[in-house]
Design a protein around this ligand. Structure first.
Ligand code: GDP
Ligand code: IMO
Ligand code: MG
Length: 425
């Protein structure tokens, strides 16, 4: 009778997709609880590399049901593309994928508002993926949104047209004009709506709670990362949903007392896409090397990811907010051959050393304080057992565990499903 949660603890792209796929056989149901196609979750197996945006990362396991929960925002056009992209795998998608009727829909005009609003911010732009996420959540909380269940009503297009007109008048108030062809967007959108209608649209909160009562094992899959959370992230350089564990309750309709494990995923270093503060960012050749070796380019937008050292102040903060019970360390293979590794353990702000993640990280001039570790010079991508890992990496891992006081139960040493070391701690 339980639900496990899996979430990213940094600024996204920690490798959530890889791990959900790697552990999915332990679960009957995988459920996404927030975000939308701003997410890009990469899965590699049997020579395939596949990126999912809206569909949960359990989709490649024939035995699990996948649910797009009420907290997710869905772009029908992107959803249709994702469905078409999965055709070659011959999955029985109609019996494996259920969608909450309460999930909100991203309209073409939401994307235009996103682009216009970003353009109007100039240098202060968030660096949004421009998928219409912010405007769609604004309409959700503003009680104007259109939900998946609405498209089953014959008259729903009236609602669509009303909201579209509201959006167009909002867009006309901006000085900035973006060159986006709304007719083309609408053609794809309405095709996507037909595709959505062909799926099982359900009250997923009832389905999930019933499944939990029946003893089924459920894994809730997060998107983005804790430092992009609308409340606890580096506001305003955040996304528009609660990416942290509380978001799983509101995004799926499951109560907190049903949650068992909370699995937190983090990279052995740190990355960030888009604008916003990043205290341990590297601007030197080591940052470049991490980017190249780790292929740190956005899975959704292709943008370069900014790279830096592991930040334990930020990690500890994320662990606290989420109630993480176990950790997975990702991409330690990328650090191989770097002689000296630094890990941030406190910040100095205005001459004062602090060990917590401050409210206003944006305007402060933060100097990270580091502890130094010896690197390792061994390719670890084929290592299958912890005993074969370099002692320097084990020291690095031991230090992190004792600093944050949560066990690291999985070490990922490459992008493939099989490059995963489970620890019996
Ligand atoms: P997500 O958004 O959290 O699912 O992560 P992304 O898919 O956006 O980014 C993670 C990237 O790292 C993807 O390209 C993965 O294939 C890759 N990856 C995941 N784990 C590892 C690992 O342990 N080592 C290496 N080298 N790559 C990894
Ligand atoms: P996954 O699930 C990394 C970032 C964007 C931008 C900010 C706001 O793959 O880890 P939005 O489109 O939400 O308005 O963008 O959040 N961002 C992500 N960064 N991984 C993601 O998802 C992200 N989703 C949004 O780059 O800085
Ligand atoms: Mg990603």
């Amino acid at each position: 009778m339980s639900l496990d949660l899996l979430l990213g603890l940094q600024w996204g792209d920690e490798g959530k997709g890889k791990i959900v796929d790697a552990i999915t056989s332990k679960y009957d149901i995988i459920a996404r609880f927030q975000g939308g196609p701003n997410a890009g979750h990469t899965i590699e197996f049997d020579g395939h590399k596949h990126v999912l945006h809206t569909i949960p990362s359990g989709i490649f396991n024939n035995n699990s049901i996948n649910i797009i929960g009420n907290g997710v925002v869905i772009d029908p056009a992107i959803f249709l593309k994702e469905i078409n992209g999965l055709k070659k795998f011959n999955l029985d998608l109609n019996s494996k994928l259920f969608i909450s009727k309460r999930a909100h829909i991203i309209l073409p005009t939401h994307k235009i508002i996103d682009a216009t609003s970003e353009a109007s911010k100039g240098k202060k732009k968030i660096g949004s993926t421009l998928k219409g996420i912010g405007p769609t959540y604004m309409d959700k909380t503003g009680r104007n949104g259109i939900r998946v269940g609405d498209i089953l009503d014959d008259n729903w297009q009236l609602k669509y047209n009303n909201l579209k007109q509201k959006h167009l008048s909002l867009i006309s108030n901006f000085d900035e004009k973006v060159d986006i062809n709304i007719d083309e967007l609408e053609t794809n959108f309405f095709e996507g709506i037909e595709c959505l209608k062909s799926f099982n649209l359900i009250e997923s909160e009832n389905y999930l709670n019933k499944s939990i009562r029946e003893g089924k094992k459920v894994l809730a899959e997060g998107a983005q990362g804790s430092l992009l959370d609308i409340d606890f992230g580096t506001y305003p350089f955040v996304t528009s949903s609660n990416t942290t564990s509380a978001g799983a309750c509101s995004g799926l309709g499951v109560p907190p007392n049903k949650i068992k494990k909370i699995i937190g995923i983090f990279k052995a270093y740190t990355t960030r896409v888009g604008s916003g503060p990043f205290p341990t960012e590297l601007f030197n050749s080591i940052g470049k090397k991490i980017k190249e070796v780790g292929h740190e380019f956005g899975a959704t937008t292709g943008r370069d990811r900014r790279c830096g050292w592991l930040d334990l102040v930020a990690l500890k903060y994320s662990i606290q907010i989420n109630g993480v019970t176990e950790l997975n360390i990702m991409k330690s293979d990328v650090l191989s051959t770097i002689d000296k590794l630094l890990v941030c353990t406190s910040y100095t702000i205005d001459g004062e050393e602090i060990d917590f993640f401050p409210y206003d990280i944006n305007s402060k001039n933060i100097t990270p304080n580091y502890v130094e570790f010896k690197g390792w010079d061994k390719d670890i991508t084929l290592v299958k057992n912890e005993e074969e890992l370099p002692v320097e990496l084990i020291d690095y891992i031991d230090y992190i565990e004792s600093f944050v006081d949560v066990p690291i139960k999985l070490i990922s040493v490459g992008p493939d499903r099989t490059q995963t070391i489970f620890r019996n701690k």
